[in-house]
Design a protein around this ligand. Structure first.
Ligand code: GLN
Length: 189
């Protein structure tokens, strides 16, 4: 039913394979994106989680930064991917694409809480979502028109800004497809 769509997953480093598996389960055509010209085929793109410092270096090594900056179709950034899409990573080694007016603070949950699973509340569904956090950032100071779609207590963990989606957790690591389905709807618009 979604085979007319192609969603790319930036596949330079990190958790891209599980995103590809999730999209395939949802019957979407996917490509692992490594080269700039592959972006031309993508109706939407996922920036996966991983290590934002390393991913940032590889983006330059593969000469794909300019094309990623120009990509104006929907993008879903998860964890490290969300850091890269934010307006500020708080870390000079991680220049961001400044696509979403919100600040990211790397590894902000502190040592004891580095990785955990917690139910989060979604604004678009009554059932909570079991979210996997792995050395996740915290998001703060959302700009005008940033819609908060998911919260863990007072923390912002999922936002939408225009056709862009950011999560500080890893929805590809659960069997719950709701966040990816939400993104696919954005791509279809
Ligand atoms: N801590 C990583 C970073 O700062 C993000 C971790 C993740 O993507 N799971 O880039």
């Amino acid at each position: 039913m979604n085979k007319d769509l192609t969603i790319g997953v930036l596949g330079l480093q990190g958790a891209f394979a599980k995103h590809i598996a999730m999209l395939e389960k949802l019957n979407v055509e996917t490509i692992q994106v490594r080269y700039p010209e592959e972006l031309d085929r993508c109706d939407g793109l996922i920036f996966p989680g991983g290590e934002s410092t390393t991913m940032s270096k590889l983006i330059d090594e593969m000469h794909i930064r300019d094309q990623l900056a120009k990509f104006d179709r929907p993008i879903f950034g998860t964890c490290a991917g969300a850091i890269l899409m934010s307006s500020d990573s708080g870390d000079s080694r991680v220049p961001t694409f400044n696509k979403v007016p919100i600040k990211a603070h790397r590894n902000a949950w502190g040592r004891q809480l580095e990785s955990f699973i917690s139910e989060i509340d979604l604004s678009f569904d009554t059932d909570p979502f079991k979210a996997v956090f792995i050395r996740s950032p915290k998001l703060s100071e959302p700009g005008k028109n940033v819609k908060v779609l998911g919260k863990l207590k007072d923390e912002i963990v999922l936002v939408q800004y225009e056709n862009l989606l950011l999560s500080t957790f890893h929805p590809e690591l659960t069997d719950d497809t709701r966040i990816h389905e939400y993104f696919i709807k954005l791509v279809k618009k």
